[in-house]
Design a protein around this ligand. Structure first.
Ligand code: PLP
Length: 413
């Protein structure tokens, strides 16, 4: 008999995007003449930039020759890309990261999910609430969550750190000691950020408690304000307490191409039960070499091209395009009387739904009255209730039109 991993039975079905899709499909079927504008899903829409396209064409041609052919590449990524990452994402900010601390992968989602392999099932995990669901579900799968409580919509062994307007979207330190802390800033879904001072507090907490911070900065390219760290390693001492996840997905439109990386500093240690220090860099390297065969050469050449002069300019243009949308959404909603958060250092605008409405009620109202689709905040965790997410990843004309409709409708209400 083959027994299953029963931890999977603790997972709650995520109805969020499937419920949205069903509601939108039903509405479209009943109202075929209505033009629905979707500002819900967090996926990019701008095409791959020319610098990456040209790099890929060149790599394909190279691979098609006897001399240029490449089979399996290094599991950790090619040196050319690891070096480019170090130079451009870290050295340029005076952060001292070595190429062998960079692990190139096919996505930050996989990295955030797979990292749990190298940690004890007994670790206490803290996540923010609302949260990018991958952090929670991968800990449920690997047996760290305990039982689900339907009434509170929480797991018994997970420490939830609310991020709401009441605490200015800054998670408070856990009351007790936790071993693993997931922080994602700029945040998905709230679009909010932490300052350098805030992050210093987290690095100190982690040092004091010998905890590890799992820092997801997938949206760092959207930061516009000065005091907002792009990397947790801008904080002194962070190399002793933090793993950082980065992705080319939202930076350079790689959601379909797939390339990301994790930084696991050599000074970062975990502990055995009897208190012996073990290098997490070594453990992650071992894990990757066993379970992962690297990102394609063609994709890594495309990622390298993001760091060329042309690539940087083109990426900046695309991000600028999305940030124009973010501004249209944020300013338009505020003119319509909504309170909004995020949208300044992030492609996500998080808004408070009108009093007396739930996130889902607001979803229905937007869909039916103005034919605009967003994402109900409650789908990201219990403290997301009463909030709603709109994304800046759409087409600028559609975004303008969506906000015009919202303004017209809610002004009348
Ligand atoms: N981390 C966060 C916070 C995200 O929002 C997303 C995607 O939406 C990812 C990671 C996934 O990134 P990737 O496309 O590199 O898997």
């Amino acid at each position: 008999m083959s027994f299953i991993n029963e931890n999977f039975l603790e997972l709650q079905d995520s109805y969020l995007f499937s419920t949205i899709a069903k509601k939108v499909a039903k509405y479209s079927e009943e109202n075929p003449d209505k033009k629905i504008i979707k500002l819900g899903i967090g996926d990019v829409t701008r095409p791959i930039i020319p610098a990456c396209k040209e790099a890929m064409i060149k790599a394909v041609e190279e691979m098609s020759t006897e001399e240029g052919f490449k089979g399996y590449g290094p599991e950790q990524g090619y040196d050319f890309l690891r070096n480019a990452i170090v130079e451009n994402d870290y050295k340029s900010r005076e952060i001292d990261i070595m190429p062998d601390e960079i692990f190139v992968s096919d996505g930050a989602k996989c990295d955030c999910g797979n990292i749990v392999d190298i940690f004890s099932v007994e670790n206490k995990v803290a996540i923010t609430d609302p949260v990018y669901p991958v952090y929670l579900d991968t800990n449920v799968m690997s047996g760290r969550s305990g039982k689900y409580n339907e009434k509170s919509d929480t797991y018994e062994n997970i420490v939830y750190l609310p991020v709401t307007a009441e605490n200015n979207f800054k998670p408070e330190f856990p009351k007790g000691k936790v071993d693993m802390i997931y922080l994602c800033f700029p945040n998905n879904p709230t679009g909010t950020v932490l300052t350098k001072k805030d992050l210093e507090g987290w690095v100190k907490y982690a040092k004091d408690n010998k905890s590890i911070i799992l820092y997801d900065s997938a949206y760092e390219a959207y930061i516009t304000e000065k005091d907002v760290p792009h990397s947790i390693y801008e904080i002194e001492g962070a190399k002793d307490v933090a793993i950082e996840f980065r992705s080319f997905s939202k930076t350079a439109g790689f959601t379909g191409l797939r390339c990301a990386y994790a930084v696991v500093p050599k000074s970062l240690m975990g502990y055995t039960k009897d208190g012996k220090e073990v290098s997490l860099n070594n453990l992650w390297n071992r894990r990757q070499c066993t379970k992962f065969n690297g990102v394609s050469y063609i994709t890594q050449r495309a990622a390298e091209a993001v760091y060329t002069e042309e690539g940087k300019k083109q990426v900046k243009n695309n991000i600028g395009y999305y940030m124009v949308n973010a501004k249209i959404i944020k300013e338009g909603l505020e003119k319509a009387g909504f309170v909004t958060y995020g949208g300044v250092n992030s492609p996500y605008v998080w808004l408070k739904v009108p009093d007396g409405m739930t996130s889902w009620k607001f979803f229905d109202e937007l869909l039916e009255k103005v034919n605009v689709v967003g994402t109900p905040g409650s789908g990201f965790g219990p403290h997301g209730e009463g909030y709603f997410r709109l994304t800046a990843f759409g087409n600028v004309d559609n975004t303008r039109e969506a906000i015009k409709r919202i303004k017209n409708y809610f002004k009348k209400c």
